[in-house]
Design a protein around this ligand. Structure first.
Ligand code: C5P
Length: 296
């Protein structure tokens, strides 16, 4: 028997970062938006544990028990006293790997939901969210999708209303960025970061579906750190802006860059210009908001 779950990528339309906490994490005001780029996670009963991955960047994905999807399965099995999971997890990747779009978190949320269905553990939403929060700061959002404000280290979610559809272009870079390294660079560049707060104008732009207002309010406090570690992203951002994007920003900790377009035709023009500019590896168009982890 096997179960497949589809899980979306995310972009942070606001990522406000405070100073480092005693536990090493940073307090955030993190406005997540799920976007229509998806990984698919299939979990099949097997004789012993195995994990495989196909798709762009699959060679950089760990295939052992350190993979966040494997850790999700083991965590659910342990909570329900099921012993070591005898399953094959297959990840069909489409979300850029190590790209700042929560691909690893998406796979963890997908594996968790798939195992819950396969094993009939019937975990409550609350228990699933608890396990997600233990696995990583972005994992709870991958489960719920849509749009949400994440506080704490990003794992405490308040769902947000979105009043329309937003069209995005995502430019994948050659290479990845390590999230801890980007946060360390943030600490070096911003030693006195103020307490993070969500911007009321940005929440209002999401609520009303006003693309121009959203474009005027998107911010990412990790962007200077990502640009410092990956300087060529400055050219990618400029290429998207000159191609007609209403806003250009680094996605999360990068190095994927995100471009907000006026509508779908405009997004397609921006993507074609970016793809032809040599300033990125690939450019993809995706609408938002997208649903969270979904059983297929
Ligand atoms: O929670 P997650 O495992 O995704 O975090 C990866 C790394 O990113 C952490 O080890 C930490 O260095 C950094 N991080 C942080 N503050 C957050 C979220 C992540 O410093 N709120």
């Amino acid at each position: 028997m096997s179960v497949t779950v589809r899980v979306p990528a995310k972009v942070n339309v606001q990522l406000a970062v405070g100073g480092a906490r005693p536990d090493g994490f940073h307090d955030l005001a993190n406005v997540f938006l799920a976007v229509g780029l998806y990984d698919e996670v299939t979990v099949t009963e097997a004789d012993s544990f195995a994990l495989t991955c196909t798709g762009p960047g699959a060679d950089q994905v760990p295939l052992d028990r350190t993979n966040l999807a494997a850790r999700a399965a083991f965590a659910l099995a342990e909570r329900h006293g099921l012993g070591e999971p005898a399953i094959h997890i297959h990840i069909a990747k489409d979300i850029p790997v190590a790209g700042g779009m929560a691909g690893g978190s998406a796979d963890a949320a997908g594996a968790l939901l798939a195992c819950d269905a396969l094993w009939g553990t019937n975990a409550s939403r609350e228990e699933l969210l608890d396990i997600c929060a233990e696995l990583g700061s972005d994992v709870p959002f991958s489960l719920v999708g849509g749009a949400a404000l994440g506080t704490g280290r990003g794992e405490k979610l308040e769902l947000l209303d979105v009043g329309g559809e937003f069209w995005w272009v995502f430019a994948a870079a050659d290479g990845g960025l390590s999230t801890p390294a980007v946060y360390r660079e943030f600490d070096r560049l911003s030693p006195d970061a103020p307490e993070p707060v969500a911007a009321p104008a940005l929440l209002e732009a999401l609520r009303t579906g006003d693309v121009e207002a959203l474009a005027a309010t998107v911010t990412n406090d990790l962007q200077p750190a990502a640009l410092s570690l990956f300087p060529s992203l400055t050219d990618t951002l400029a290429a998207g802006t000159s191609a007609g994007a209403l806003a250009a920003l680094v996605s999360g900790s990068g190095p994927t860059t995100a471009f907000l377009a006026a509508d779908e035709p405009s997004a397609r023009r921006v993507a074609a210009a970016l793809a032809g500019s040599g300033a990125c590896r690939t450019a993809r168009v995706a609408p938002a908001p997208a649903p969270g982890a979904t059983l297929l």
